[in-house]
Ligand binder design. Structure first.
Ligand SMILES: [Zn+2]
Length: 180
């Protein structure tokens, strides 16, 4: 399966594809650790252009019950802690097993990340039941006045397999009386 962003943004001006694949393998391994702990099948890392890993996290929405604890947001939080600031370097990369949702893309853009490599496309995420991601993460960056360099389809088969084999649990709609 070839993602649309692989076709739209087929180049990386700073990092070669084998390096992105190597970074993604690390993210995939971490994603499996999260799944083994009962978490949703998403993981993400922030890498500096020199290859230094600034953070590596998996989705912890289930464990914490917090809807903002997506892997990308957590990885960006940890990267900011690692550098002691809220502005990452222009050459830093967010490497994530699934195409970022608008919240994660906005978090990335807000700290200066514009290079993103992802594995599974949003269509696969939606099929696995993890929500609708809208029109695509690339649409977020212009709101921050930034031009994104987004490359999809990195180790896509393994990232998609994690999603398909670990779909979102289907819960029946709660009755009105159970909501409040
Ligand atoms: Zn997200």
């Amino acid at each position: 399966m070839t993602s649309r962003l692989l076709q739209l943004h087929a180049k990386s001006d700073l990092i070669d594809r084998p390096t992105l694949c190597r970074w993604m393998r690390v993210v995939i391994d971490h994603c499996r650790r999260g799944v083994a702990q009962g978490q949703n099948p998403f993981a993400a890392a922030v890498y500096a252009a020199d290859g230094k890993q600034l953070s590596l996290e998996f989705n912890e929405v289930r464990r914490t019950g917090r809807p903002s604890h997506h892997a990308e947001v957590m990885a960006i939080d940890k990267a900011c802690l690692a550098i002691g600031g809220f502005e990452l370097r222009d050459g830093d990369w967010l490497v994530t097993s699934g195409e970022p949702c608008p919240m994660c893309a906005a978090t990335a853009a807000s700290v200066g990340i514009r290079h993103i490599a992802f594995g599974a496309a949003k269509e696969t995420i939606e099929i696995a039941g993890y929500g609708q991601l809208g029109s695509g993460c690339e649409k977020i960056f212009p709101f921050f006045g930034r031009e994104a360099n987004i490359i999809g389809g990195i180790e896509e088969d393994d990232c998609a397999k994690l999603l398909v084999e670990n779909p979102a649990p289907r819960s029946p709609s709660p009755k009105r009386s159970e909501r409040g």
